[in-house]
Design a protein around this ligand. Structure first.
Ligand code: NAD
Ligand code: ZN
Length: 362
């Protein structure tokens, strides 16, 4: 028998324009005593903008705005958890995460830490979270990472030079609100970069050797939707924002049953060594993937052009040998996706010279 895997996806989701207004009803069902409180983690973009969303924050609640200049660290997750504990000796009745992948991941991490104790770095890896997290609701405001539906929350561990999630069933949100009106304000470039995370994830897993029929089905449908959005001439029209929100959700569901391929390891190298955010780093790499994904790279370039997006250039120009060596190490360390894409002997072809040559084109 093959290894026994028992997959789980999100239990409940509400989809539709204005769905965010249902948050109040969902929270009312969680607030059973007068001192029950909710912790909200909200992307800092929404500071001063929550009034128009009828956001149901009560005086006893804790509202935290999450800054997104840097991707989240284990220290940040520990710090945020300590703040919740300082707010009340009692545990919150619900944790809400509303924002992009950064905010959604911070909320997931804190919900795990509040019930499990310990430090965020103790749970970086696979199935290290031992107790169910606090009940949590996720509300994505930019589509593409699939963080709303995945079983991980990606954190940078600066001391260990490691970017790794708390990969666990307990990390999954209990409830999602998918409201396409929320993505209307996303800047065009960001919308493209984040949306492409779904595209890249799906093409990588469908080209890999590790396959799962359910994961494949999620990926195929997500890829179809995401291609429709970015092949069109108005990627941010309402109908396309709806499609991309569905694609992101399906892509996130696929992650549980699949691995990424060559793009994500290179992208992680750019994030770890040069601090470039995940979704932009992915696009920079995807633009140079003709040796590995020729058809998809051509399609990617076509979508860039159709949407009038210009990627930054010469990102790796003038890097020292030491930086190149670090880029190489932080790329080839990703054994699972690289084996999935290139086989167990991937280092025979992915030599320092080859990796360096590819980065130099970015
Ligand atoms: P983000 O959280 O990095 O936000 C990107 C920018 O968009 C920020 O400036 C934010 O303020 C802004 N923004 C978000 N919503 C907006 C809105 N409605 N209007 C205007 N501006 C808005 O976004 P992302 O690209 O979704 O997330 C990247 C993060 O997700 C990385 O930290 C990455 O590691 C993580 N990630 C997680 C998973 C997972 O499965 N958990 C998967 C892939 C990536
Ligand atoms: Zn990704």
């Amino acid at each position: 028998m093959e290894t026994f895997t028992n997959s789980k996806n999100i239990a409940r989701y509400a989809f539709g324009r204005g769905a965010v207004r249902g948050l109040e009803t969902l929270l009312a069902a969680r607030r059973t005593t007068a001192d029950d409180f909710v912790v909200f983690f909200v992307d800092a973009f929404f500071r001063g903008r929550l009034g128009s969303l009828a956001f149901p924050v009560r005086p006893q609640d804790l509202l935290v705005f999450v800054e997104t200049a840097l991707e989240p660290t284990t220290d940040l997750a520990d710090h945020m958890t300590a703040n919740v504990r300082k707010h009340s000796a009692k545990a919150p009745c619900c944790v809400v995460g509303m924002g992009g992948g950064i905010t959604l991941d911070v909320a997931k991490a804190v919900a795990n830490l509040l019930t499990n104790g310990g430090k965020a770095e103790d749970f970086q890896g696979w199935d290290l979270v031992k107790k169910p997290a606090l009940y949590k609701i996720g509300i994505p405001t930019v589509s593409g990472t699939g963080a709303e539906a995945s079983r991980t929350c990606v954190l940078m561990n600066e001391k260990k030079n490691l970017k790794l999630g708390m990969n666990s069933e307990f990390t999954l949100y209990d409830q999602l609100i998918l409201d396409p009106d929320l993505t209307e304000s996303v800047p065009k470039e960001q919308y493209f970069y984040t949306g492409m995370d779904t595209y890249i994830h799906c093409i990588e897993s469908l080209a890999g050797s590790y396959r799962h029929p359910v994961g494949d089905a999620f990926s195929h449908e997500a890829l179809r939707l995401v291609s429709e959005v970015f092949d069109s001439n108005e990627m941010m029209a309402l109908a396309n924002r709806e499609k991309l929100m569905v694609a992101s959700y399906l892509g996130g569901c696929a992650i549980a049953n699949s691995y990424v391929g060559v793009v994500h390891p290179f992208s992680a190298g750019l994030s770890v060594v040069l601090g470039i955010h995940h979704c932009l780093a992915n696009c920079l790499v995807m633009n140079q993937m003709q040796d590995y994904y020729p058809r998809e790279t051509a399609h990617f370039k076509k979508m860039l052009k159709a949407q009038g997006i210009t990627l930054p250039s010469d990102v790796c120009r003038g890097l020292s040998d030491g930086q190149m060596e670090r880029l190489y190490q932080s790329t080839v360390i990703h054994e699972r996706p690289l084996t999935n894409a290139l086989g167990v002997h991937y280092k025979d072809t992915l030599t320092l010279r080859k990796v360096r040559e590819l980065f130099q084109r970015i």
